[in-house]
Design a protein around this ligand. Structure first.
Ligand code: MUC
Ligand code: MG
Length: 367
């Protein structure tokens, strides 16, 4: 089996409401569908979400790097030669979501060719993941209403609250309103997307000390090197590195320098091949992980669940798997469903997903 072509198809699907956070905002899912073709007629799929405010990628850059560099680099190779493929893709720096989508589409091909689910090939720990929902910036009453709806309709009881606004009082009010409305059983954690300085973050954490938050993610930039160590040293809950710790080397740097003590794994940026490396690194170091959300569509969300369900450590806590619910539509022939706070992986070959050709026709931007 040989790789014969890689397609990179831009598509745009509007959100019903924008997701806002300290480093940016997303109101249309302008993603890239990646399809890896083989000489025996198999097609593997994945999606790449451009996040210029996090990784510097755009839809155009993802399409260009795949067409001009990644596709020629691996044409004719066997999808099973994963480490050789990785070495070729790794000659190009940056471009994490483009590289990850190629990697995951190749895993989809491998699963399809063997007639086995990718989640089984990866680890096979379980067949579903608990779901956490990410709440974007809005006034406190609106965020409370969204959380209550997610709990009553989908059974979700873990919420990641976006913070990092200035002044920080509004974020404190939001977290307090959520705790008061949802009660003590619900899990709340926060993500600042680098919006605060270390001293603002320290004050905000003190103001929320009675709210039983479980994790604090990326409250200030990793480039505030000493300030962040100072903050993490006094933080009473694990400090999660997300966008500051993409590559395995960055994970090591953040953890060993005391600038973080937990890691967000996002398949959207490390695919399956490098997410495995990050996971094993965290396991070896005895560090907690969170399966994070790159504001993925359903295809990307399933990739997160396929990886997260495959291992004990990633299954310990809920994965961020629900923000596709805010999209007005998607590309999948059979939409994902969250029931009783869980998302099931599909016990079908590969990722277990098919693209609906009519939907792709409607939303693709290159025709
Ligand atoms: C998250 O966890 O930070 C928002 C920006 C980004 O890079 O990812 C999302 C969610
Ligand atoms: Mg984050």
């Amino acid at each position: 089996m040989k790789i014969t072509a890689i397609e990179a198809i831009p598509f745009a699907i509007p959100y019903r409401k924008p997701l806002r956070f300290a480093s940016g905002e997303v109101s249309v899912a302008e993603h890239v569908l990646v399809r890896v073709h083989t000489d025996d007629g198999l097609v593997g799929v994945a999606e790449a979400p451009p996040r210029p405010f996090t990784y510097g990628e755009t839809q155009e850059s993802i399409i260009a790097v795949i067409a001009r560099i990644f596709e020629p680099a691996i044409l004719g190779m066997s999808p099973l030669d994963r480490e050789a493929i990785r070495a070729r893709l790794d000659r190009t720096v940056g471009n994490p979501t483009a590289r990850a989508a190629v990697d995951m589409a190749i895993w989809d091909v491998i699963g399809r060719s063997l007639g086995l689910p990718v989640t089984t090939l990866l680890g096979g720990f379980s067949t579903s993941m608990r779901v956490a929902h990410m709440l974007g910036f809005a006034p406190p009453a609106v965020m409370v209403e969204e959380a209550e709806r997610m709990r009553s309709v989908y059974g979700i009881t873990t919420f990641k609250v976006k913070v990092g606004r200035n002044p920080f009082r509004l974020d404190v009010d939001v977290c307090r309103a959520l705790r008061e409305a949802l009660g003590p059983e619900v899990e709340l954690y926060i993500d600042g997307n680098r919006g605060w300085s270390p001293s603002e973050a320290a004050r905000a954490l003190r103001a929320m000390a009675d709210l039983d938050l479980t994790l604090a993610e990326e409250l200030c930039p990793a480039d505030d090197v000493l300030g962040r160590r100072w903050l993490v040293a006094q933080c009473s809950i694990p400090f999660v590195a997300d966008e500051s710790a993409v590559r395995p080397g960055e994970v090591t740097r953040e953890l060993l320098s005391g600038s973080a003590d937990a890691i967000s794994i996002k398949t959207a940026r490390t695919g399956f091949t490098d997410s495995l490396r990050v996971l094993h690194q965290c396991e070896g170091l005895g560090v907690e992980v969170v399966m994070g959300n790159q504001i993925d569509g359903q295809l990307g969300t399933m990739c997160t669940a396929v990886f997260g369900a495959a291992f004990a450590r990633t299954s310990r806590r809920p994965g961020e798997l629900s923000n596709f619910l805010d999209m007005s539509d998607d590309l999948l022939a059979e939409p994902l469903e969250i029931r009783d706070g869980m998302l099931a992986v599909r016990e079908l070959p590969g990722l277990g997903l098919e693209i609906d050709p009519e939907k792709l026709e409607r939303y693709r931007q290159d025709l």
